[in-house]
Design a protein around this ligand. Structure first.
Ligand code: RIB
Ligand code: CA
Length: 318
């Protein structure tokens, strides 16, 4: 039986690849996509989620819109300069025939969690506003989450949006603090394992042949240009796809149980995840922090699955 999966997301280039990866993976059944503000504004992240699902022929998957803003302090800036002003690298995908689900994201998530006979995995790959709201409004539903896999934070890799903070945690630090100090069974997939996991142009070419892969490859181009200009690299870090790979295949990353808190101050450290690496934690609020990854294996997992979406035969790398 495939595991029911919810992706909470702010598409977003790497979010789009993460959604496509889930659709290409028989281990999971994508039962719900919930959207959140983040890379771009909520209406845009929601429309992008609908369009990505439609691209893969899965406009049957419900999309429920969530929080348009952070819990306490407005997010200082969006990430249009990284993901493109519309969030998909300048690519305009065909509009979906499906409408957004009329339920708010937390209601849709709660209903699924309270009715699912199987434990549900939730992959949160945007700011954690919706998850924090779920914890406060529907605690009984939140308690039924089988696994929560978060793309966010970093233990020893500094930040990406600031010197201290990774974007998803920084975008809603108070929400991240609430979620990362809860007792939800959480895996934190942060920059320590996403930054070394790079998709290069050769990898992208391996899934770009078919109609779905070609659009995915086109979406990634903006990320490539940003990476080349910012880091001088010819590869892209698809943060969210690695987190969803862990949601699909537990053990993709190696974790250690750690206590994690978030700097919710308004100073230079805002949004920093402070991971206590002095010891393995036995606290019920501890988090499985990803500290190791076989990046080559993770990239192969992602590329081969994306290529399978077009039902083409994936030529193994010589
Ligand atoms: O720091 C990486 C995260 O920020 C990813 O979720 C990416 O989509 C951006 O939102
Ligand atoms: Ca994201």
């Amino acid at each position: 039986m495939p595991t029911p999966l919810v992706i909470d997301t702010d598409p977003g280039i790497d979010d789009a690849l993460a959604i496509l990866l889930a659709l290409a993976s028989p281990e999971v059944e994508l039962a719900l996509v919930t959207t959140v503000h983040g890379n771009v504004e909520l209406p845009q992240t929601t429309d992008n989620a609908l369009r990505v699902l439609h691209l893969a022929g899965r406009s049957d998957v419900p999309v429920a819109a969530g929080a348009a803003e952070s819990l306490v302090h407005p997010q200082p800036e969006r990430a249009g300069h990284v993901h493109g002003t519309a969030g998909l690298g300048g690519v305009v995908l065909p509009a979906s025939p499906a409408s957004v689900d009329p339920r708010p994201a937390v209601v849709a998530m709660a209903e699924l969690l309270l009715t699912s006979p199987e434990p549900v995995t939730v992959a949160a790959v945007g700011p954690l506003t919706n998850l924090a709201l779920l914890l406060r409004v529907f605690p009984a539903a939140a308690a039924r989450i089988g696994r929560l896999v978060i793309m966010g934070g970093s233990a020893a890799r500094n930040g990406n949006v600031t010197a201290a903070a990774e974007f998803n945690v920084w975008a809603d630090a108070e929400a991240a603090q609430a979620v990362l100090t809860s007792t939800l069974p959480t895996v934190l997939v942060g920059l320590d394992v996403t930054l070394p996991t790079v998709l290069d142009e050769e990898d992208i070419a391996r899934f770009a042949a078919g109609p779905i892969g070609a659009q995915a490859a086109a979406i990634v181009q903006q990320y490539l240009a940003h990476a080349r200009a910012t880091y001088g690299t010819t590869g892209v870090v698809v943060h969210d796809a690695l987190a969803v790979a862990e949601a699909i295949a537990p053990g993709t990353v190696g974790t250690v149980r750690r206590d994690v808190v978030v700097d919710t101050g308004l100073g230079f450290g805002r949004g920093q995840t402070l991971v206590d690496r002095r010891a393995v934690s036995s606290a019920p609020t501890a988090v499985e922090v990803a500290e190791r990854v076989d990046s080559a294996a993770a990239v192969e997992f992602l590329v081969s699955r994306l290529a399978s979406l077009d039902c083409g035969r994936e030529e193994t790398r010589s």
